[in-house]
Design a protein around this ligand. Structure first.
Ligand code: SF4
Length: 96
């Protein structure tokens, strides 16, 4: 029987080859619809959309899992554009 591995352990072995110069996701950090912002913030499994105490949105594409959830939820709204990273950049899943 194979050993059980939890999600945190699976994510911890992923490798990122980050494109330091080009974000593959363009976010409108001044997007006014707070409900839309909250929806995306709650849905991102990597928790890379965050709000500070003043409600200012921060987004850093480093650590993106390329799941496409924010694209599906909010492309053309909070998410101005979404593309996969170029070439060999981005996440390399090691345990699926
Ligand atoms: S693609 Fe997925 S992991 Fe990446 S920012 Fe969007 S919701 Fe988060």
């Amino acid at each position: 029987m194979a050993a059980k591995v939890n999600v945190a352990e699976k994510l911890g072995v992923n490798k990122f080859n980050t494109d330091e110069k080009n974000s593959h996701i363009d976010v409108d950090k001044g997007y006014a619809d707070k409900k839309e912002v909250d929806r995306v913030l709650r849905a991102c499994p990597a928790a890379i959309y965050t709000l500070d105490d003043n409600g200012t949105l921060f987004f850093d594409y480093l650590g993106c899992l390329e799941c496409g959830t924010c694209k599906v939820l909010s492309e053309g709204k909070l998410v101005k554009s979404w593309n996969y990273p170029v070439g060999t950049k981005g996440i390399e899943y090691r345990l699926g």
